[in-house]
Design a protein around this ligand. Structure first.
Ligand SMILES: Cc1ncc(COP(=O)(O)O)c(C=O)c1O
Length: 434
């Protein structure tokens, strides 16, 4: 192992494997990375589901450069700077009309913690302080902090970090290979999985439940597309029982499913929405929670000199992040990127589904510019086949992401048809020789 690589303990990485055979990215432009060997690598993952406009877009780069020279930092508590307000106004214009308030964070994980706290505090402010229970979903991924891993349903978190937050329960996941394998777009079967929320409500009583949090499209657990009618049903049940519905749109936000947000693609408006990643095109860390006016207004009582929501981060609304986000929104708008996934979905789906029949492929799933290819695990060695596919594609000059034994594709929204061909071709080659 090279000593130069020794000190950095890498996140969500097989450190020993990496340091024996490092994969170092040194530059990027458009759809491509350049590695330290000078190789061009096609980005099939938008970095990590975040570089939706492609890499090193001039407007974003300039916005960050100018901002760094103009206002480096402004305290976000009891103070503000103009771009934080300008950005919030711009974001609200993209959102379903019910969502009118923006609370900034620095990551998706922080957005999730913020939304969970907001939900609990909302009920308390309304005089229903007993509503503290949070409901997540099996296989859900909501970042890495304690609230997020508790409402999330990733078993490795439970194995590695032990007991989670108390007062949390889960509804069942929506994965149903037996009925839905190789569905194109939204699977036909499984709206009734939402009724599992009624089971949880019957157990705990609605009067103890603050919120339900789900990803409209679950990404990190292996790309699970919501069955037709499922999200509508969740919304109805939450409404019937006075429970807030939180959509975690950290990966689906900013054009990934063909509309600015998945809430619009699927026609279901949550009470709170978490975003990050594509908000700044991945250039500067930033997340946010979007809230309904009615949620916000509940907090706006009591003496006016007192803080209404006792929460925030030193770097909330950081000037560099706000500038990057404004440059990002300009770029999305100029290039029509927030709806481009809808235009490309047909071709992407056609190519992706051509992987049906390749060795070990047991399912192919898609929506917008999101693709999942589920592979049979090697007996007794889960995730090994997925990782081998990742390494093989990397060696071919294509960056994909794998989670367990599922290949998860989320290319920048600027991807061209021939680049889709290259991406799928590399996966096909990899599958045939694994
Ligand atoms: C749905 C979802 N929520 C939250 C997060 C956490 O975001 P971050 O890594 O920015 O903390 C992610 C990250 O992939 C995500 O996919």
């Amino acid at each position: 192992m090279s000593t130069a690589l020794d000190a950095y303990w890498m996140p969500f990485t097989a450190n020993r494997q990496f340091k024996q055979s490092p994969r170092l990215l040194t530059r990027a432009e458009g759809m491509h990375y350049i590695d330290d060997q000078g190789r061009q690598v096609l980005d099939g993952a938008a970095g990590l589901w975040c570089v939706n406009a492609g890499h090193n877009r001039p407007k974003i780069v300039q916005a960050i450069q100018q901002q760094a020279a103009e206002l480096d930092y402004a305290p976000p508590f009891q103070m503000g700077h103009p771009k934080a307000f300008e950005l919030a106004e711009r974001l609200v214009k993209l959102l379903p009309e019910e969502l009118t308030k923006v609370f900034y964070t620095n990551s998706g994980s922080e957005a999730v913690e913020t939304a969970l706290k907001m939900a609990i505090a909302y009920h308390r402010a309304r005089g229903e302080g007993q509503r503290t229970r949070l409901i997540g979903r099996e296989r859900g991924y909501h970042g890495v902090n304690f609230g997020g891993i508790s409402v999330g349903g990733i078993s490795t978190n439970r194995k590695m970090f032990g007991t989670m937050l108390g007062g949390v329960d889960h509804i069942r996941h929506t994965h149903d290979l037996a009925r839905n394998a190789f569905s194109i777009g939204l699977p036909a079967y499984g709206a009734e999985f939402a009724d599992d929320l009624e089971r949880v409500i019957a157990l705990h009583d609605a009067s103890t439940i603050a919120a339900v949090i789900v990803e409209p499209v679950a990404g990190s657990t292996g790309v699970l597309i919501p069955p037709q009618g499922y999200l509508q049903r969740l919304r109805e049940i939450c409404d019937r029982h006075g429970i807030l519905l939180i959509f975690d749109e950290v990966i689906t936000g900013f054009g990934r499913t063909g509309s600015p947000f998945a809430a619009q693609t699927f026609g279901v408006v949550p009470d709170l929405m978490t975003v990050a990643k594509g908000l700044t095109n991945g250039c500067v860390p930033m997340g946010a929670v979007f809230a309904r006016q009615s949620v916000h207004d509940v907090f706006m009582n009591g003496p006016e000199h007192l803080i209404e929501f006792f929460h925030g981060y030193t770097y909330s609304a950081h000037p560099l992040a706000c500038a990057a986000a404004l440059g990002t929104l300009d770029t999305y708008e100029e290039d029509g990127l927030l709806t481009r996934a809808a235009e490309m979905e047909g071709y992407f789906a056609e190519q992706l589904h051509s992987l049906k029949g390749e060795p070990n492929v047991i399912d192919v799933r898609n929506v917008g510019l999101v693709g999942g290819v589920e592979l049979t695990p090697i007996a007794g060695e889960p995730a090994k086949r997925g990782f081998a596919a990742f390494l093989d594609c990397w060696n071919q000059g294509v960056l994909i992401r794998t989670t367990g034994d599922t290949i998860a594709l989320s290319p920048p929204l600027i991807i061209a048809r021939d680049q889709i061909d290259q991406l799928i071709g590399a996966i096909r080659t990899a599958l045939r020789r694994l």
